[in-house]
Ligand binder design. Structure first.
Ligand SMILES: [Zn+2]
Length: 313
């Protein structure tokens, strides 16, 4: 059988991961460059293309042998036209990213948000069972979510589906990077948990590394105040997820990102809490399945390689 290869490119806020992906979702070869400080999208695409071509050459492949090229971005993309509509930290607004790639490779690439790509990878290759509908959350500096409905990524009419992180759950609450107040990610992201810990009990973190992991270490040591803060964050996350389930009636949720390793503190309490906020017609008899994502940091790269516009509804 002829080997089929794809290219996945995940442009993150600090780093670009790019690779040649086999049809079974495994990585044949990959490379990475820094994206932080790149102020011109065209220059960044130039460098990505040169690195990718070198990667192809050392694997005795050419662009003609690549079935699909997909790009994940940290923001909102118009996948039909290959344009980055909004990206707070990298591109700004209305960047015709697919055109830049086309100048190099004379072919269309698919541009999607990284959360959709990560969800697609998790759907295709992550879990033992292929759940046709699920919510795939990434909790890190923010909270992203890709929605899988009946074996497709749900993009919505405005390409913004899944923005649970920017759902306001506290009126006039904490200020978010998006400019609004009270967004879920200002309470329940890894960054938010650290920020709230620094505000509430700076003395506990005074001589320790100022990172989210430190907060969790204090929680594992049994610090009641820190445990309380984490529980509040999980509670808000559960409220947000219950809203999503009320709307989409999806009963499987995967969680990726740095926080997903904290099964005891984050993942295990979620099903019961989500039920507590859910519409009784489903919540009385059903408990959502909350699972750790399996693919790790390469998920957006692998998912982008496979997420074609036909897979998006
Ligand atoms: Zn926001």
């Amino acid at each position: 059988m002829e080997n089929v290869y794809r290219i996945g490119i995940d442009i993150g806020g600090t780093k670009v991961n790019m690779g040649i992906i086999r049809e079974d979702g495994t990585v044949l070869d990959c490379d990475g460059i820094a994206s932080k400080g790149a102020d011109d999208a065209g220059d960044l695409v130039n460098e990505i293309c040169h690195r990718m071509e070198a990667c192809l050459t050392r694997n005795h492949l050419t662009m003609e042998e690549i079935y699909h090229v997909g790009v994940g971005i940290p923001g909102t993309a118009d996948y039909r036209n290959g344009i980055v509509r909004y990206s707070s930290n990298l591109f700004g607004t209305n960047v015709p990213l697919a055109d830049y790639f086309q100048e190099h490779w004379q072919r269309r690439v698919t541009v999607v948000q990284d959360s959709w790509a990560a969800a697609w990878a998790e759907y295709l290759f992550g879990q033992k069972k292929k759940w046709p509908s699920m919510l795939c959350l990434t909790i890190g500096t923010g909270i992203g979510c890709g929605i899988i409905l009946n074996g497709h990524v749900y993009g919505g009419a405005m390409n913004t589906a899944g923005e649970i992180g920017h759902t306001s759950i506290v009126p006039n609450g904490r200020l978010c990077s998006c400019g609004r107040r009270g967004c879920l990610e200002t309470y329940a992201s890894g960054t938010a948990i650290l920020e709230q810990a620094l505000e509430r009990f700076p003395e506990k973190l005074k001589d320790l590394p100022q990172k989210g992991e430190t907060v969790f270490e204090l929680a594992y040591e049994g610090d009641q105040a820190v445990l309380g803060l984490i529980e509040e964050s999980v509670d808000k996350l559960a409220r947000g997820l219950a809203m999503m389930i009320n709307i989409f009636s999806v009963n499987v949720i995967t969680i990726s990102g740095g926080m997903c390793i904290h099964e005891k503190l984050i993942i295990n309490p979620l099903p019961e809490k989500i039920r507590g906020y859910g519409y009784p017609a489903w919540a009385e008899k059903n408990e959502p399945l909350v699972l750790q994502a399996k693919l790790g940091s390469y998920a957006p790269m692998v998912g982008a390689a496979f997420l074609d516009r036909d897979n998006i509804i």
